[in-house]
Ligand binder design. Structure first.
Ligand SMILES: Nc1ncnc2c1ncn2[C@@H]1O[C@H](COP(=O)(O)OP(=O)(O)OP(=O)(O)O)[C@@H](O)[C@H]1O
Length: 255
């Protein structure tokens, strides 16, 4: 994925917010990119534009050989369903459907054969520890369980790129570590690229590279070279430099 000269301006002439200013970036196949920065820096705006959910005021986003600004309506919906996965904060689970029905919904839209649906369902629910909850409704789940269902639904289609906004925000540290280790495994084994916004240095330490955004612009970039602990320390240092980093968990386990 390549984004060039992205700008996003919200509001009217009297009350303009420049949420993004001239941001360009590349996300290679199999990348695990983190986006960090203070509150209001433009992280969610950038993620929404990269993930086709919002349009830039100017600039372009290419995913593979597709200029996504050229896609509309059904074409855009189909592209999203087949190529992209989303784990966002507000989960978007359908309350009238069971956990199982929510998870397999993208496969149903894609007319996937039943046998494959069962195999994919079993794959994601086993790793995300949801097998006991398949017949429940979202209202009967804890916040952390809802987040895991949303993750399962995103991963069931094996997307080429997974977009995640604070994917561990509602999870305890054990569940957060499990989800991150699973994302890391998928990223390494299937070459699924991940673009993840987070405030949390522990969560970010699973990435391979992190872009720090400040005032709508790229402030700096760090790349993991050695252990996760060493990367975590550098993330903490950069958060201190940039200011307004938000809450963070202590790093609990080794690399
Ligand atoms: N729909 C909107 N209309 C007007 N301004 C907006 C809108 N969405 C975001 N903004 C503004 O754009 C800027 C960037 O917002 P954005 O949500 O991208 O920041 P963020 O880095 O994700 O923040 P946080 O970490 O607090 O979620 C902020 O100043 C915000 O107030």
């Amino acid at each position: 994925m390549t984004a060039t000269h992205l700008s996003k301006i919200y509001g009217t002439t009297l009350n303009l917010t420049k949420a993004l200013q001239n941001v360009s970036l590349n996300v290679g196949t199999g990348e695990f990119l983190g986006i960090m920065g203070p509150s209001g820096a433009g992280k969610s705006t950038l993620l929404n534009i990269l993930s086709t959910l919002d349009q830039p005021t100017s600039g372009q986003v290419w995913i593979g050989d597709q200029d996504i600004s050229q896609l509309r309506g059904q074409q855009l919906a189909s592209f999203r369903r087949k190529e992209l996965g989303f784990i966002f904060q507000d989960f978007n689970l359908l309350e009238a459907l069971t956990v199982e029905e929510n998870i397999i919904l993208p496969l149903t839209f894609n007319k996937t054969p039943a046998q494959q649906v069962n195999a994919e369902l079993s794959r994601v629910t086993t790793v995300l520890n949801l097998t006991q909850l398949l017949q429940r409704y979202p209202a009967e789940l804890s916040v952390g369980q809802r987040q895991r269902v949303a993750a399962a639904r995103a991963l069931v289609v094996k997307p080429k790129i997974l977009f995640a906004d604070e994917p561990t925000g509602s999870l305890d540290s054990y569940s957060a570590t499990e989800l991150l280790q699973y994302l890391q495994l998928l990223n390494q084994s299937s070459q699924m690229a991940i673009v993840m916004v987070t405030h949390d240095a522990f969560t970010a330490s699973f990435c391979k590279r992190i872009l720090f955004i400040k005032d709508g612009q790229i402030f700096s970039e760090i790349v993991r070279k050695n252990s996760r602990q060493e990367f975590f320390d550098r993330i903490m240092d950069m958060q201190a430099t940039i200011g307004g980093g938000g809450k963070t968990n202590a790093l609990q386990s080794g690399s």
